[in-house]
Design a protein around this ligand. Structure first.
Ligand code: GRF
Length: 199
């Protein structure tokens, strides 16, 4: 199966996928990595693995719709079976969702539907929850609202800072991402009434 991965930052989730796909038995390859900005470690990781990259930054297009169309076209060129948002910080638009909405996944560093948005661990810590975690889901038109594929929990410790909690979540998040992307590509899935099932 063909994976296109979208990144905006350090790309540690991307790296976990690159490492997993080195084993043919995993059943998928990262065929391209896209970003919304230059100069990020995620692009360096792709280059180091010999994976082609592209950058579509919102500010190089006049409208958000033009950006969305360009991103959609660039992803489509690589004929993905799954598109994985791994720390991609942009909400895609209607063209992208029309093309890939049935196979566009995102990993979020909180236990949805709690703490959507870009500050999941910070918001969870501020709320005082005792359990945090990560959610893998199919993206829909909302912010972190799509059908949930899997969740993994980690404890919140009394002396946690945003940084220590964020790191603990990321370790579990990477394992979950690799595990479930592999299962989806090897086994397929169905979605009925928002319930994702992997046979
Ligand atoms: C992940 O924890 C993801 O949940 C959040 O940003 C992080 C991306 O990290 N949205 P990386 O770029 O994969 O290292």
């Amino acid at each position: 199966a063909r994976l296109v991965v979208l990144v905006s930052g350090s790309g540690s989730n991307l790296q976990a996928l690159l490492d997993a796909t080195a084993d043919r038995a995993y059943g998928a390859q990262v065929v391209a990595v896209g970003a919304d900005r230059d100069g990020i470690a995620g692009l360096d990781r792709a280059a180091a693995a010999g994976v082609p990259t592209f950058v579509d930054s919102v500010k190089s297009y006049e409208t958000r719709d033009e950006w969305d169309a360009a991103l959609t076209a660039h992803v489509a060129e690589h004929k993905p079976d799954l598109v994985v948002s791994a720390g991609f910080l942009k909400l895609v638009g209607p063209a992208f969702l029309a093309a890939f909405g049935d196979r566009y996944l995102n990993t979020h560093n909180a236990l949805l539907p709690s703490f959507p948005g870009i500050h999941g661990p910070r918001d969870a810590l501020a709320y005082g929850v005792k359990v945090a975690g990560a959610t893998l889901f199919f993206v829909d038109a909302g912010v972190d609202t799509g059908p949930i594929i899997a969740q993994v929990a980690v404890p919140v410790l009394d002396d946690d800072t945003v940084q220590t909690l964020t790191e603990r979540i990321k370790v579990a998040e990477r394992v979950q991402l690799v595990d479930y992307v592999g299962r989806l590509v090897r086994e397929g899935w169905t979605i009925e009434n928002r319930k994702v099932r992997i046979p």
